[in-house]
Design a protein around this ligand. Structure first.
Ligand code: AMP
Ligand code: TRP
Length: 331
């Protein structure tokens, strides 16, 4: 039997280069080999307190990004979390086996909770819903960026605790974190690329918008004049070149940077052009889908129907194990 792979992404605006390199590009590759389930996690997004109208349009935009970069409904299940209510049901049941201390230890919780005077319980319980997403489909592996590692360890703990308390039900899911792309740095070159830090390069934006962002990228701070010799090893623009340039072109850039023969602005222009070129076919596909949203809705409806079949099978088992299938059990 093929291994089951699950992953999710929050609908929090346009997909950026970190999402693409750290997640989407790998998801596309996995579709041929594995039995894949890809989820737009809108119920996670509400914990960030977003505007309801924005969440709704972001769901459609993210679905379009998924399809544009090559997620294929013929090969994978693509759906929206809130269309399958079993996610929240299982999350509630997992509350029974998840220690509050484990949730409080999560780095993301510690970071996010500083933004609130009164912390919503959803910000604390966020990883329980994530564990439910994954285990509802009994996923063997979850491809994510490095930032999700801790949440996946907690998912394994929850599975283990559930299995101990109620009998062997869930697998121990493997985090699939790729080397080199697990943590793509943002335009500031300091923090990971993240929508909330406003340091992203949007991948499906028009060429001018990509340039507007790339031109602000921080380079080698010690390189002040154009003909100062540069140090590619400390320059994030150079790091990003590695994903787009051929080996030969990259070596050329490295050499010219070291000699002070190419200025940072020209180097950024080169990067911006490479990104724009690499994503041109995806941009075209996205424009087609934007013009035909009913096709996207059809795909999401079909995905939700297929996900529901799997989710319902798991929930029958879980309810029975937890004594919640009580009508049948007292007969
Ligand atoms: P998010 O947009 O935070 O829902 O993240 C969606 C997926 O992209 C997750 O698998 C993240 O781990 C991954 N991701 C987000 N930002 C980055 C980054 N800067 N580098 C690598 N992966 C990332
Ligand atoms: N927490 C993840 C993020 O911020 C998104 C997510 C929710 C997820 N449920 C998931 C990722 C299940 C993998 C599997 O990126």
């Amino acid at each position: 039997m093929k291994k089951r792979i699950f992953s999710g992404m929050q609908p929090s605006g346009e997909a950026h280069l970190g999402n693409y390199l750290g997640a989407l590009r790998r998801w596309v590759e996995m579709q041929d080999e594995f039995d894949c389930v890809w989820c737009i996690v809108d119920q996670h997004a509400i914990t960030a307190g977003g505007d309801p109208k924005e969440i709704a349009t972001n769901v459609l935009d993210l679905a379009i990004s998924f399809l544009a970069v090559g997620l294929d409904p013929e090969k994978s299940i693509i759906f929206v979390q809130s269309d399958v209510p079993e996610h929240t049901e299982l999350a509630w049941l997992f509350n029974a086996v998840t220690p509050v201390g484990d949730l409080e230890r999560m780095t993301q919780f510690k970071d996010k909770s500083q933004r609130f005077e009164s912390i919503p319980a959803g910000v604390l319980n966020y990883p329980i819903l994530q564990a439910a997403d994954i285990l509802l489909y009994k996923a063997d592996g979850v491809p994510v960026g490095e930032d999700q590692k801790q949440h996946l360890e907690l998912t394994r703990d929850i599975a283990r605790k559930f299995n101990t308390a109620y009998g062997e039900t869930f697998p121990e899911t493997e985090p699939l974190i790729a080397e080199h792309v697990g943590r793509i740095m943002g335009l500031d070159g300091k923090a990971k690329m993240s929508k909330s830090l406003d340091n992203t390069i949007p991948v499906l934006a028009d060429p001018e918008a990509v340039w507007t962002k790339v031109r602000t990228a921080v380079t080698d701070p010690e390189r002040i004049r154009r003909d100062d010799p540069g140090r590619p090893e400390v320059c994030n623009v150079y790091t990003l070149h590695k994903f787009f340039a051929t080996d030969q072109a990259r070596e050329g850039i490295e050499e010219q940077c070291r000699q002070g023969a190419v200025g940072c602005v020209d180097c950024k222009r080169l990067l911006s052009d490479s990104i724009v070129d690499a994503f041109a076919p995806f941009r075209e596909k996205a424009a087609e889908l934007h013009a035909n949203p009913s096709r996207v809705l059809e795909i999401l409806d079909d995905g939700a129907a297929r996900a529901s079949v799997l989710a319902q099978q798991t929930m029958v088992e879980v309810r029975e194990r937890m004594g919640l299938d009580w009508r049948n059990m007292i007969q």
